[in-house]
Design a protein around this ligand. Structure first.
Ligand code: FMN
Length: 341
């Protein structure tokens, strides 16, 4: 199965066969998923693997503790809590992802974005191995009992849970909105030089790649992304005084802000998955698409005027060009730890 097909055909799977998922396979897929994260951005995280019945029972109980332990919990039919428990027990394996938190907002975003991107890589790699996954983050999980079960320490942040298993039937695809409808271009008024022209990735090609990337998972099908393609060279120069790889344009990807903090976090994660899809497609096409979270996105005044809604926030800035990207080689191999519980 090729990359484009995998990105577009991957579905969130909620019904699994009973077949166990080998921890060795998950370890190897996770290693690959981490190595596909080729950014200079930091990635400090850990994850826990729940696959034995005993561990899953414990996990399910901790997840619903907020519901069962509350005053109004007694009013909730046992059918509902039973259903939640059943969801976990009928899932052959669950991976809990935890990111390092940081006092600095940019660092915090980098750590979180890295884990989201690795989770998306894992969903794609799993799909190629016949494994279905579901990103699961219900608000009721945010409770001390669940945090205690996963050993969440201060300075750590829960990113999400992936439910994993083999499946019989792929769920039906839910249509995506064409990227063109969430797209703005800041184009040059003056014609680019012949040399710069040769390095541009044409808008139609970026849109074509984005129309593959939009098959990212996103909760509630909110499709919370907005794309701004900056090809105006004066604006590009202001965004970075010394572009790496001579990239002549920028793709800025923003998340539409939700008032509810839980939804806001889910939307940020969905945009990270989309950006990861885009980077994989770009690499496949031989483009450079260096991703960063520059300092300026947190500043009150941006270096250029961007058509952003006050409710939107920038998730990633991609420096795009046709020049082959200098491969980023980290000083150390990606750090991850899968702990089986
Ligand atoms: C951050 C995030 C959180 C999600 N949380 C849930 C969830 O709690 N329950 C659920 O059923 N699906 C969840 N999803 C999956 C979406 O519902 C799913 O991606 C969407 O319906 C599109 O379907 P597809 O992934 O098959 O293309 C989540 C997805 C993301 C990216």
């Amino acid at each position: 199965m090729n990359l484009v097909q995998t990105i577009m055909e991957r579905r969130s799977v909620r019904k699994y066969k009973g077949e166990p998922v080998q921890v060795e396979l998950m370890n190897s897929l996770l290693q690959q998923a981490a190595s596909l994260w080729t950014s200079e951005m930091s990635s400090h995280w850990r994850c826990l693997y729940y696959d034995s019945m005993e561990a899953r029972v414990r996990l399910a109980e901790s997840m619903i503790a907020k519901v069962t332990g509350s005053q109004w919990g007694k009013l909730i039919p046992s059918k509902v809590t039973g259903l939640l428990t059943k969801t976990v027990l009928n899932t052959p394996a669950l991976l809990v992802f935890i990111a390092e938190d940081a006092a600095n907002e940019r660092q915090r975003d980098e750590n979180y974005a890295a884990v989201c991107s690795i989770m998306q890589n894992l969903q794609l790699l799993g799909w190629q191995h016949g494994l279905g996954m579901l990103w699961y983050t219900e608000p009721f999980m945010s409770n001390p009992s669940f945090f205690n079960e996963i050993g969440l320490k201060s300075g750590e942040r829960l990113v999400g849970v992936l439910n994993i298993g083999y499946f019989d039937k792929s769920p039906k695809a839910r249509k995506r909105t064409p990227a063109e409808q969430n797209w703005t271009e800041l184009a040059a008024t003056a014609k680019p030089t012949q040399a710069a022209k040769g390095q541009y990735v044409a808008s139609k090609d970026v849109l074509e790649a984005l129309n593959i990337a939009v098959w990212a998972p996103n909760d509630g099908m909110r499709e919370p992304w907005h794309f701004i393609y900056v090809t105006d060279h004066e604006a590009v120069a202001r965004l970075t005084p010394s572009p790496v790889n001579g990239s002549p344009s920028f793709l800025i990807v923003a998340a539409k802000k939700e008032a509810d903090p839980h939804k806001q976090q889910e939307d940020y994660a969905a945009v990270c998955c989309l950006v990861q899809n885009f980077q994989l497609v770009a690499a496949d096409k031989g483009w450079s698409a260096r991703r960063s979270i520059p300092e300026w996105i947190y500043e009150h005044q941006l270096p250029i005027s961007l058509p952003l809604d006050p409710q939107e926030r920038i998730v990633a800035v991609l420096e795009i060009g046709t020049a082959t990207q200098t491969p980023y080689s980290p000083a150390t191999s990606p750090t991850f730890n899968i702990a089986r519980l």
